[in-house]
Write a protein that binds this ligand. Structure first.
Ligand code: GNR
Ligand code: NI
Length: 171
């Protein structure tokens, strides 16, 4: 079991664009295992590689009640999004203790590779749809607070910088 440090907004590394994974080999499987450990420990329902400073297109998600249904998405791509949208209260491990409403397509279809490098397609709605869109945004360097007003975003930035300063001061 290995836990990876999670980057905190407004860290500029959260805005890097992840590169596609060329082959799902032992190195990628180790990253997936460590990401899953990190997500479960947090705890969170999803984690994108960008958040642990790995800039490759890898996402793990587990929306089950018992943390026993790990889903792995390598090189995920959106193939369809419903015209209907829905607003959800979102949170992010990179923006601790802040939650706000984001409007996104209600249901989506995603194409990705699984842990064995095999391609699959999946239609998602509800929390899985929200989470997948949130994670695919991370891979594009986008954090959910970027959907909020500049005023809110600036407040969040200040709060997070203050929090990081306090954490450093405690050491
Ligand atoms: O743990 C998480 N919960 C969550 C709740 C609503 C919408 C999105 C999420 S994802 C988040 C984990 C995370 O930051 N993933 O990038
Ligand atoms: Ni997030």
């Amino acid at each position: 079991m290995a836990l990876l440090p999670v980057l905190c907004y407004p860290d500029p590394r959260l805005h890097r664009i992840a590169k596609p994974v060329a082959a799902v080999d032992a190195r990628i499987k180790k990253i997936v295992a460590d990401m899953a450990d990190t997500m479960y420990e947090a705890p969170g329902v999803g984690l994108a590689a960008t958040q642990v400073d790995i800039h490759e297109r890898i996402v793990v998600i587990d929306i089950s009640d018992n943390q026993d249904e790990l889903m792995v998405f390598i090189n995920p791509e959106l193939v369809w999004a419903s015209p209907e949208t829905k607003s959800w209260r979102e949170g992010c491990l990179s923006v601790p203790e802040y939650y706000d409403e984001v409007e996104r397509p209600d249901s989506i279809r995603v194409k990705a590779l699984d842990i064995n490098g095999k391609q699959f397609e999946l239609e998602a709605d509800g929390l899985l749809s929200v989470c997948l869109q949130h994670e695919m945004d991370h891979l594009q360097g986008k954090v959910f607070v970027e959907y909020l007003s500049p005023l809110k975003r600036n407040r969040i930035s200040l709060k997070m910088k203050k929090r990081i300063k306090e954490l450093v001061g405690q050491r």
